[in-house]
Design a protein around this ligand. Sequence first.
Ligand code: GLN
Length: 185
Amino acid sequence: MRVGVLALQGAFAEHIAVLEKLGIEAFEIRQPKDISKPFDGLVLPGGESTVMKKLLRKLNLLEPLKKNIENGMPVLATCAGMILLAGDIEGGEPPCFGTLDITVKRNAYGRQLGSFVCTENFNGALIEMRFIRAPYAVRVGENIEVLAVHDDKIVAVKQKNQIAVAFHPELTNDTTVYNLFIDMI
Ligand code: GLN
């Protein structure tokens, strides 16, 4: 099992460390030649979605990765990654991959005081969730499974092969979110 982690910016190293701890071969995706060999899953990390979006386009990674997602490759997207997948971004900003049928609100908890930790139900398990200038979903399509809600806001969703969470599972010791992703692969 090989999992590619988008490594243009943000918290990619932390994802790679967790995957390796779980015994999974993880590699960095920085340019098109990195995805020339077959792989089984994709992680889109947290960071700054506007920066990643620009780089994805500039480095010719947007179209090939989008094709992988559309062809059913399992994807785990965290925080900014959730924004990259979203079909709609509140405020009119154009989508990046646009493969996930949700509308996200960026920096939804406010820009400065938007970081907090809570314990919440994720798909039936109580887990610690770390939010850092996180988004949440303000609309989800009919084909979306809601995996977690915090303060009445949708913070984790699944649509077929795509899992998106507004928090940072790579910053806690709980691997529940990864297990769901790995089971899908
Ligand atoms: N605020 C960031 C954005 O809008 C996301 C923050 C994160 O990934 N921790 O892209």
